[in-house]
Write a protein that binds this ligand. Structure first.
Ligand code: FES
Length: 64
């Protein structure tokens, strides 16, 4: 799948993956979004603050 193709740390946001920012906000295609691990409560709290939040938004630093 396309998820297997990328490097393991493809997103670095301002807080370097500590869920203290939302600069790593990514919007996925729905078919890819469905393959990702579930969103944790901690990620959701920070996602809520992301600009332009969508149904298929994730914080990139939590994906890999
Ligand atoms: Fe800050 Fe992802 S890098 S929440």
């Amino acid at each position: 799948s396309s998820l297997d193709a990328g490097p393991s740390n493809f997103v670095d946001g301002a807080c370097e993956g500590t869920l203290a920012c939302s600069t790593c906000h990514l919007i996925f295609d729905e078919n890819i979004f469905k393959q990702l691990d579930p969103v944790t409560d901690e990620e959701m709290d920070m996602l809520d603050l992301a600009y332009g939040l969508t149904e298929t938004s994730r914080l990139g630093c939590q994906i890999c």
